[in-house]
Design a protein around this ligand. Structure first.
Ligand code: RIB
Length: 283
């Protein structure tokens, strides 16, 4: 069982001809709403890849909560540790997607995600854990200290984190921007460090030394939202399954690539059989 300590959002997505620069207005976009949040996305991604998963998180006591939890529920992610918090809104992510390149920009309004406390994880029997920085660090730290198995931390978005938290990790995953923000600190943690490089794939390091590198299969990119979450979840699932680092990384970049072929975060998360089939084709 993987316990995910993470965020739950409703994604409001505008897909248009280009992304605005500061001060610019871009018109002609198409509007969509999808369940999202890095924690929720990773929970559902791991579930679709075959793991038993429960999510610990918080939503508001509002109409958006049901919409944000819909695909998690349908997908079989355990939700009994998700709180509905009075007086808070469900987290919302405002997302712009460039229809040509699939690139995105995201503004998150955390709402109820910000109220998760160490007390909320206290007493939970946690074996394997995944955590993201869209929920408060003290809750993540308390959960990581309680975990008896594999601890995967996706340090996204880049925020200040104590060394005490990094020291609990078996796997730290970051994208290129986050890798630059954290610098060598992540490599000194003793954890495996995965850096995702977008269309270039990903690299896995141990103690600052590269131990694996994988390129993704070529796919038609529709929307990259959720690809990083899929990559992290797939790598975590594969490493928990004891796959060798090179195989685990290849599996993760294949899953991440598949997530780019459909619109939206959670609607695009791939099934295990589709990842395995695409990986086989590339061999
Ligand atoms: O990683 C993608 C996610 O980031 C989106 O689903 C959005 O909710 C933000 O949390």
């Amino acid at each position: 069982m993987i316990t995910v300590i993470g965020s739950i959002n409703l994604d409001i997505v505008a897909t248009g001809p280009s992304l605005p620069r500061p001060g610019e207005t871009v018109t002609g976009a198409r509007l969509a709403r999808h369940p999202g949040g890095k924690g929720a996305n990773q929970a559902l991604a791991a579930r679709r890849l075959g793991a038993e998963v429960r999510l610990v998180g918080a939503v508001g006591a509002d109409d958006m909560a049901e919409e944000a939890l819909k695909l998690l529920q349908a997908g079989g992610v355990g939700l009994s540790d998700v709180q509905h918090v009075n007086g808070e809104t469900t987290g919302v992510a405002l997302i712009g997607v460039n229809a040509k390149s699939g690139e995105n920009l995201i503004i998150v309004c955390p709402g109820a995600n910000a109220v998760l406390r160490p007390d909320d994880v206290d007493g939970l029997a946690i074996t394997h854990m995944m955590g993201v920085l869209e929920v408060p660090v003290p809750a993540l730290l308390a959960a990581a200290k309680q975990a008896s198995g594999f601890v995967s931390l996706n340090l996204a978005p880049a925020l200040p984190v104590p060394d005490e938290l990094l020291a609990e990790a078996d796997l730290i995953s970051v994208n290129e921007t986050e890798a630059e923000a954290y610098g060598d600190r992540v490599h000194r943690s003793g954890a495996l460090v995965a850096v995702s490089l977008g269309s270039e794939g990903a690299v896995l390091y141990k103690d600052g030394t590269e131990i694996a590198r994988a390129a993704p299969p070529k796919v038609l990119v529709v929307d990259t939202v959720g690809a990083g979450d899929t990559f992290t979840a797939a790598l975590t699932v594969a490493l928990i399954e004891d796959q060798a680092p090179q195989d685990a990384l290849a599996f993760a970049v294949t899953a991440g690539a598949l997530a780019c072929t459909r619109a939206g975060a959670q609607p695009s998360l791939p099934l295990r059989r589709d990842v395995d089939a695409l990986a086989l084709k590339g061999k």
